[in-house]
Design a binder for this molecule. Structure first.
Ligand SMILES: Nc1ncnc2c1ncn2[C@@H]1O[C@H](COP(=O)(O)OP(=O)(O)OP(=O)(O)O)[C@@H](O)[C@H]1O
Ligand SMILES: [Mg+2]
Length: 395
């Protein structure tokens, strides 16, 4: 409420107090009290507004910060502090790239500069090497009261999971397409190939000439190898039927598979260690198909240790997730980082021609997926590789 005793700027009474009469002083006192109440109310509105804005920004689970031309953080929300592993009070004044990525220099492709240069929204994909996550970074122009553009709002959206799902979808679609194609081709080749093999074996019985016999033996060997590949292609494209599935105890199945690779284990001098937890429940799967997965992983592990090593088979049960974990770990050569995302692709192999078709892991991937599970790889060069399978426990 304005009173006549206040100046235009509402600061100091425009009168000498000694010249005022008592009623005037009382009126001035009342006016001052009214002014103080007004200011108190205003302060409350301002502090409520400040709280609402801060709470709004803190409620956003992704990092949001106001950053100036020098990449210095002027304001930030709680998610920013959490990402940088700092207390919120220590974030202001630091460089955005220190907080976001623990870097000493600005991130490559940072959208801040573009926004400050042309006053428009800019956007870029940034990787966070500390948490190994991918972010979509958006920079919005943030002019000050005078309309000068010296800062921008930076907003980071974590897209790691989104990218992983997209990648998985592409992988699944690719597998399905190749599966159909491979299955069709394999089916067509299977019968004539059977004919080649049968006639070769018939001829082998008939001919007596040693040289022809040797040639026929080569044809037979090649035809058998082709049959094996065709069978693998058919396996790859085959989808297990629900009714073929039954309760499978992975501990028992793993022990059953070992004799199949016994020859490699002995000849390569490999130590096999079992760490099979007794409380692992059954999973629903087609036993032969799951056995094939274990066999593929064990064979690969043996091949990765040509000068011997340690093979560890572990199983465990994760109660909360109701998942069975199976891991096949070797102390072999490891898989280079740049090919790790290709090893599940059909026909991807680093083995010499004739030594591998590159179908082992893609078949395994497919079988695990059709059982509602997942298969992941973790590998370090010259230290070893471990494949971890997760399967839902049978209800
Ligand atoms: N345990 C491992 N250690 C090192 N490299 C591995 C391991 N397992 C798989 N790999 C790599 O992944 C590639 C693909 O494996 P995959 O089992 O699909 O095919 P392959 O073993 O080459 O041939 P196939 O299994 O069809 O005979 C291998 O060629 C190899 O480079
Ligand atoms: Mg293999």
């Amino acid at each position: 409420m304005a009173t006549p005793y206040f100046t235009q700027d509402n600061k100091t009474p425009d009168v000498s107090l000694s010249s005022l009469s008592k009623p005037e002083l009382v009126s001035l006192h009342k006016g001052l009290i009214a002014r103080i109440r007004e200011l108190e109310n205003l302060m409350q509105v301002v502090s409520k507004g400040k709280y609402t804005w801060e709470a709004t920004f803190d409620a956003i689970s992704e990092p949001v910060m106001i950053v100036n031309k020098e990449f210095t953080v002027e304001r930030a929300n709680l998610a920013t502090a959490k990402m940088g592993g700092e207390e919120i009070t220590k974030v202001v004044g630091k460089k955005c790239y220190q907080i976001f990525a623990g870097r000493e220099t600005p991130c490559e492709h940072c959208p801040l500069k573009t926004t400050l240069a042309n006053g428009e929204l800019a956007h870029a994909k940034l990787g966070n090497k500390i948490h190994l996550q991918d972010f979509d970074a958006h920079a919005y122009p943030f002019p000050n009261e005078k309309g000068e553009l010296r800062s921008a709002v930076l907003y980071y959206r974590n897209v790691t999971e989104e990218l992983r799902l997209r990648q998985e979808l592409i992988q699944q679609e690719k597998m399905a397409a190749i599966g159909m194609l491979a299955g069709g081709v394999a089916h067509e080749i299977n019968n004539p190939l059977g004919g080649v093999l049968a006639f070769t074996q018939l001829l082998l019985k008939r001919v007596t000439d040693a040289e022809t016999k040797e040639d026929l033996n080569e044809i037979e060997k090649a035809a058998i190898r082709c049959k094996k590949i065709v069978q693998e292609l058919l396996d790859f494209s085959r989808v297990s039927k629900e009714k073929e599935k039954c309760l499978v105890y992975v501990n028992m199945l793993l022990e059953k598979v070992i004799p199949f690779v016994q020859m490699e284990i002995r000849s390569l001098n490999i130590d096999v260690h079992f760490d099979l937890k007794p409380d692992v429940p059954a999973v629903m799967a087609v036993p032969n198909r799951l056995q094939q997965v274990f066999l593929n992983l064990l064979t690969n592990a043996c091949h990765a240790m040509p000068r011997g090593g340690k093979l560890t088979l572990t199983t465990s049960y994760h109660k909360e997730a109701k998942e069975v974990f199976i891991s096949v770990k070797d102390s072999g050569m490891g898989i280079p980082k740049e090919i790790q995302n290709r090893i599940f692709e059909p026909f991807f192999t680093t083995k010499d021609p004739g030594k591998g078709t590159g179908l082992g892991l893609s078949i395994s991937y497919r079988i695990i997926k059709e059982n509602g599970g997942s298969i992941d790889v973790d590998s370090e060069m010259n230290k070893g590789t471990s494949f971890t399978i997760r399967l839902p426990a049978a209800p």
